[in-house]
Design a binder for this molecule. Structure first.
Ligand code: PEP
Ligand code: MN
Length: 348
């Protein structure tokens, strides 16, 4: 019978780098592949590559700083809740995603021009958003639709950050674009259509940027967490999951926002999870209700398409909301989260 091929070593939350290095070098000297989860919470080390020797667990437990070892019970390992039970908090400047405060990210679907973006950035900041969204490279279903301003759009996003102080999140679609997007953006978004673009996942794992990983609209939760695993195993533990709706049989809404995913993913994984009620519904009159439902379900935040003149938006106008509606969502999200905090804290 083939032996166990994987193991996770969890470190004490106050174990220093030295203790972690001692574990990784011991493992490497024994010929194991090592994947380090570190930076945004208690460190853990994934062991892979060859059957785990019987004496390895006890030898690891004898090292300073080691909290325990376990055999992963699911195909994703570093992403599993048991690997970092206290949860991951992704820090982006002053913004902490995964902590007690719900984080609201807002802005236009697509960066259309300087005035449009700067006015939208100020408006969403004034409404209480703490991060700005806006697409520069857009994944469009039709090759004839507006594909975004590309690098010019990235420069405008950086200007909007200068003006407002809001960190920016924007999509990257191809491995070749990663460097230029990372140069301008604080958070790299992997869109729903690219959730299983494994070369892209491997490439963003090598950056020091936080990654917003949207769920593929026809992907299972396990596939989604395995995509997160690519990024974690590649050395980047700053991953934020985003539930953005799945395709169902019913054309009444653009997608079906799967809010089951929120408490389930919180149970299965230590990664923070946010909700996108804009793409999840496709209809602006549903956005506030589903945003608040997402927070009630335990989401750590929201990403919402909002701008001063939603009807004029070049992309996704029907699902874009005004800054006034956004302001209501921000304050009501805080109230709901405060009400639920004792229960959510029990999950972590
Ligand atoms: C977006 O947020 O701009 C977007 C295209 O979303 P998704 O990838 O979820 O469709
Ligand atoms: Mn959009």
């Amino acid at each position: 019978m083939e032996g166990i091929r994987a193991m996770i070593v969890t470190m004490e939350s106050d174990a220093g780098n030295l203790a972690t290095e001692q574990v990784t070098s011991m493992l490497r000297s024994r010929g194991y592949e090592v994947h380090l989860l570190a930076g945004s919470g208690a460190s853990a080390i994934g062991i892979n590559g060859r059957p785990v020797a019987d004496d390895l667990g006890p030898a690891l437990c004898a090292l300073p700083g080691v909290a325990g070892v376990h055999t992963p019970s699911r195909p994703y390992r570093l992403a599993a809740r048991e690997t970092r039970p206290a949860g991951t908090v992704v820090q982006i400047g002053d913004v902490a995603i995964g902590g007690p405060e719900p984080v609201v990210i807002a802005g236009p679907c697509v960066v259309e021009g300087r005035e449009q973006l700067l006015r939208a950035a100020e408006a969403v900041r004034d409404a209480g958003a703490v991060m700005l969204r806006g697409g520069a490279f857009k994944p469009r279903t039709s090759p004839y639709s507006f594909q975004g301003l590309g690098e010019d759009g990235l420069r405008l996003l950086a200007e909007a950050r200068e003006l407002t102080g809001l960190p920016v999140v924007t999509e990257v679609m191809e491995p070749e674009q990663v460097d230029i997007v990372a140069e301008h953006a604080d958070v790299l978004q992997i869109g729903s259509r690219n959730m299983m673009n494994f070369p892209l996942l491997r490439r963003v794992a090598r950056t020091d940027r936080a990654i917003l990983l949207k769920r593929g609209f026809a992907s299972t939760i396990e596939e989604w967490l395995l995509s997160a695993e690519y990024i974690l195993a590649g050395g980047n533990d700053r991953v934020i999951l985003c539930e953005r709706g799945i395709r169902s049989f019913d054309p009444a809404t653009r997608f079906s926002l799967d809010l089951n995913a929120v408490p389930l993913v919180r149970e299965l994984s230590h990664l923070p999870v946010i909700v996108d009620p804009s793409h999840g519904t496709g209809r602006r009159e549903l956005v506030a209700s589903m945003a608040l439902a997402g927070i009630a379900a335990g989401a750590h935040g929201l990403i919402i398409e909002a701008l001063p003149n939603p009807d004029l938006a070049a992309c996704d106008a029907p699902q874009s909301i005004t800054p006034d509606v956004l302001a209501g969502i921000v304050s009501q999200s805080r109230a709901i989260r405060a009400l639920l905090q004792p229960r959510l804290a029990a999950v972590a």
